[in-house]
Design a protein around this ligand. Structure first.
Ligand SMILES: [Zn+2]
Length: 225
């Protein structure tokens, strides 16, 4: 028991460090009077949602290999709104907007689906976008790559090797990025880091020694397409 004093001071130090790095999550349901809004309250709930947002952030920092605040985007608060709107969700300006209509009409495992959507949207909060120059399909592909790695993969996603273009976005690009990450461990983290200040297709050559078009051909050939 002589070590308790040291353990206590260690825990206090740890808590102090964590409070410096802490991100606040504020969840607001603006659609409580809709079917989806009330399903959010009854079947998902604020506690689960905040925990999922916290988990997503930690997971994304790990995927991006951002061990210190110096490597990360400077975000201290993320606000999630459940809104009566079309679509599924979007992220903008450290806010995530989630569609109550989507929640209201979803018929499979709702909590699992929303967790997957939140991992995707939270990636948009933390990823670099090359100062606005990164192609939209790559942005969406990285967000779905994180969702792929989290395990919250929807059944309707394409299988590896599918798709027409490397920058088609979403599941197609996520599967391709997963292949590239297999060629170079940490590829997606390195690519994201390079996009901190700009974007160039040469980043693929820098990291993997081939153009992105050649890599896409290799990928399609591997799966016999
Ligand atoms: Zn997205």
């Amino acid at each position: 028991m002589v070590h308790n004093k040291y353990l206590l001071s260690f825990v206090i130090t740890l808590a102090a460090i964590q409070s410096i790095h802490a991100v606040d999550y504020v969840v607001t349901n603006t659609a409580t009077n809709t079917t989806g809004g009330s399903r959010f309250n009854n079947e998902i709930g604020f506690t689960y949602t905040k925990q999922t947002l916290t988990n997503a952030t930690g997971f994304i920092w790990k995927i991006f290999r951002q061990r210190t605040t110096a490597n990360r985007k400077n975000v201290s608060k993320v606000s999630l709104f459940i809104d009566d709107m079309d679509g599924v969700a979007y992220a903008d300006n450290n806010e995530i907007h989630l569609s109550a209509r989507y929640i209201g009409s979803y018929s499979s495992d709702l909590k699992r689906e929303i967790a997957g959507v939140l991992f995707h949207e939270m990636t948009h909060i933390w990823q670099w976008n090359g100062n606005g120059q990164t192609p939209g399909g790559l942005i969406e592909g990285i967000a779905d790559f994180v969702r792929l790695k989290s395990g919250y993969v929807p059944s309707h996603w394409v299988q590896p090797g599918k798709g027409d273009r490397w920058d088609q976005g979403y599941d197609v690009t996520a599967r391709f990025l997963d292949y590239l990450n297999g060629l170079r461990n940490g590829f997606v983290a390195d690519l994201n880091e390079k996009m901190r200040t700009g974007y160039s297709a040469n980043y693929f050559v820098d990291l993997l020694g081939k153009t992105v078009d050649q890599l896409w051909s290799d990928y399609k050939a591997k799966y016999g397409k």
